[in-house]
Design a protein around this ligand. Structure first.
Ligand code: AMP
Ligand code: ZN
Length: 114
């Protein structure tokens, strides 16, 4: 999608701190980290929101979760624990409309979700 910042990162048009990549997903450091570890995982193919992932596209969800496990191992936070979050639409806090999962860790995260 020509106007999408995460598509531009996937295409290499905007630089990122690449953490992990495979055929389906790209993971990179969040530019405004909310925790010592804050990684964004995106499907390489543009999907706008969580609402666009139906049961026929459930491989997208599986790919994001598998990548979150890899990111947690790479960042050394798997055993201690981490949080994986997908914001959806305005009241869910979604700002970038290319589906993405936040992986947060490296400190004790607060209990409340917002
Ligand atoms: P959300 O509020 O769920 O849409 O999250 C979007 C996230 O993308 C925010 O945490 C931003 O800090 C992050 N972000 C936006 N632009 C970039 C970028 N160029 N590189 C890395 N992270 C970004
Ligand atoms: Zn996109």
């Amino acid at each position: 999608m020509s106007d999408c910042i995460f598509c531009k990162i996937v295409e290499g048009k905007i630089p990122c701190g690449n953490i992990y990549e495979d055929e389906q997903v790209l993971a990179f450091d969040d530019i405004h980290p909310m925790a010592p570890v804050h990684v964004i995982i995106v499907p390489k193919k543009h999907v706008s929101t969580l609402l666009d992932v139906d049961v026929k596209k459930s491989d997208i969800a599986g790919n994001l979760i598998a990548a979150a496990q890899k990111v947690a191992q790479i960042k050394g936070i798997a055993a201690k624990g981490f949080r994986a979050v997908i914001n959806c639409n305005a009241e869910g806090g979604q700002v970038v409309f290319h589906l993405h999962m936040h992986v947060l860790g490296g400190r004790k995260l607060q209990d409340q979700l917002g």
